[in-house]
Design a protein around this ligand. Sequence first.
Ligand SMILES: Nc1nc(O)c(N)c(N[C@@H]2O[C@H](COP(=O)(O)O)[C@@H](O)[C@H]2O)n1
Length: 149
Amino acid sequence: MTIYFYRVNEPYGCFSNFSAHGFMLDGKWWPTSEHYFQAQKFAGTPYEEKIRLIKSPKDAATMGRDRRLPLRQDWELVKDEVMRKAVLQKFKSHHDIRAILLSTGNREIVENSPVDYYWGCGADGSGKNMLGQILMEVREELRREGNRS
Ligand SMILES: Nc1nc(O)c(N)c(N[C@@H]2O[C@H](COP(=O)(O)O)[C@@H](O)[C@H]2O)n1
């Protein structure tokens, strides 16, 4: 059976980028994977650090989506890899949520966002569900690592 998630305070809320599971990446502490993802839109500019230090993932998303700020030119090319890197590091950094992700076995994981047709499945289920795809890739990678150790 497919696993749907969206809000942090609902089942499988730890799969959301808004969940409070911080990690070290690129030599810095990131409060959530949303902070990291949004900040990378402005990598190498002062906005990267501004987003890292912003109060909440919601505020990070608001600032990251502000198109008055200088979005890096290659964003469309790198955004999936940025998301993969953030999500992998998040689940490597927290044993409890890694166990939850691994406990889903081979079930399909879907970000049940009514508004997002790229990262989620959108209101009618026709979206790309890239965040769900990445979570399933990360699950596979963690499984491979577990088998090696
Ligand atoms: N809570 C929430 N509201 C939205 O409007 C959304 N689009 C999402 N999806 C998440 O947004 C992040 C990426 O957004 P942008 O590419 O910057 O628009 C990512 O974390 C999605 O999972 N969530």
